[in-house]
Design a protein around this ligand. Structure first.
Ligand code: DSN
Length: 420
């Protein structure tokens, strides 16, 4: 690797400088974007390997190009490990990322115009769950359900059943990118069964926490499809994974290829195989428990300092601060202030946000990356203090500079896997 880097430094100093800059940035600050993580050094090794040179359209044993001895081994390993990890009957490891992954499932079992019941974007759902600005929102008829903000973000399953009976969806979709709670998949499944709908859970954010057995698994509740990205709480390479019942295997595989994609990125598939192998080890359960415990501690540290959280806490790895309500600034400004002290977060809409997405009322935080760096409960309490103080005393330049120095010193004591 070092030889390759030296070569890059010599042949393309501009790209090399950006690489070094990003490495320094990732070491110097605390990463709290809940969908980000630091992958394993072994994954970095295969991402930059000769697997990137190979075209492998098709599936193991049924490819359209020759020379597949080792790619077949890699993809078979990744599929088998994914099935074991999520207790599923069939796995497809080729989706290039989360958006094509979800599209592939929709096109496997739905026809244009079919109705899907999915969580509202501002209540925590995802763009690919049929937001009107997404292509999927134009192809299929997504109808949205909401959470109840003053009941800690609970889902009203009686209301959901009534809604399902009214619209008769072809699929009930649950899953989220900004909802700080676990889901009752059995309740979703009961509703889907009553109206004869398929069930899909997009667990992209919490795939690692399900694999680590600290959150509910939708496949245990009899869901048809589980989709997850591999680069968030799973700590893998950027990519997507579909695990489904055997009855959908053929439709899913042909929907991914040739339906939607061309050649899979075999360097990422190799990284996914490593990731799933690691997630099957007991150490990953310990990591997953620590992610949850850190999130609970950070949430408490913030609430103790009078920072309001959407749903009043967290049951998973993420939380959303209502910064307008508790600190009198919008999410964009809060994200900027936290950037200034070396804490990376992202602005976020809150349920039925009166403010626009680029200036929303919230900021989303999560603990997978900080936990990967070895941070524990005691660190989360300090972190809560820095966040609350930076936002509250944002006009005090001396105080902001002091927090920035403390964050820098703290980060220097927490090595980044693959960089230190
Ligand atoms: N971009 C991911 C997230 O941050 O939640 C989901 O697409």
């Amino acid at each position: 690797m070092d030889a390759y880097r030296q070569l890059l430094a010599k042949t393309d100093p501009a790209v090399y400088a950006a690489l070094i800059g990003e490495e320094k940035r990732q070491k110097a600050g605390i990463e709290l974007i809940p969908s980000e993580n630091y992958t394993y050094p072994e994954v970095l090794a295969v991402l930059g390997s000769v697997f990137t040179n190979k075209y492998s359209e098709g599936y193991p044993g049924r490819r359209y190009y020759g020379g597949q001895e080792f790619t077949d081994q890699i993809e078979t390993l990744a599929r088998d490990r994914a099935k074991t990890l999520f207790r599923g009957e069939h796995a497809n490891v080729q989706p290039l990322s989360g958006s094509p992954m979800n599209q592939a499932v929709y096109f496997a079992v739905l026809k244009p115009g079919d109705t899907v019941l999915a969580m509202d974007l501002s209540h925590g759902g995802h763009l690919t769950h049929g937001a009107p600005v997404s292509h999927m929102g134009k192809v299929f008829n997504f109808v949205r359900y909401k959470t109840i903000p003053d009941r800690a973000g609970a889902i009203d399953f009686d209301a959901l059943l009534k809604q399902a009976k009214d619209i008769r969806p072809k699929m009930v979709l649950c899953g989220f990118s900004s909802y700080p709670r676990d889901l009752d998949y059995k309740a979703f499944k009961r509703i889907a069964d009553e109206v004869g709908a398929l069930t899909m859970a997009d667990v992209s954010h919490i795939g690692g926490l399900i694999a680590g057995n600290v959150l509910n698994n939708p496949l245990d509740a009899g869901f048809d499809f589980l989709t997850t990205t591999t680069h968030k709480s799973l700590r893998g390479p950027r990519g997507g994974l579909i695990v489904c019942k055997a009855v959908h295997a053929k439709a899913v595989d042909s929907s991914v290829f040739p339906g939607l994609q061309g050649g899979p990125h075999m360097n990422a598939v190799a990284g996914a195989a490593i990731t799933f192998g690691k997630a099957l080890e007991p150490a990953f359960q310990t990591y997953s428990k620590q992610v949850l415990s850190n999130a609970r501690t950070l949430a408490k540290a913030l609430m103790d300092r009078q920072v309001a959280l959407v749903t009043g806490g967290t049951e998973n790895h993420l939380m959303v601060m209502d910064v307008v309500k508790s600190l009198g600034l919008d999410g964009r400004e809060a994200e900027r202030v936290l950037d200034e002290v070396g804490i990376t977060t992202n602005k976020q809409v809150i349920p039925d946000d009166p403010n626009p997405p680029l200036r929303p009322s919230g900021v989303r935080l999560g603990t997978p990356a900080a936990t990967t760096r070895g941070m524990t409960e005691r660190d989360m309490d300090r972190l809560g203090g820095w966040i609350a103080d930076a936002l509250r005393y944002r006009a005090d330049a001396t105080r902001i500079a002091g927090i920035k120095r403390e964050v820098e010193a703290f980060c220097a004591a927490h090595p980044v896997p693959g960089l230190d």
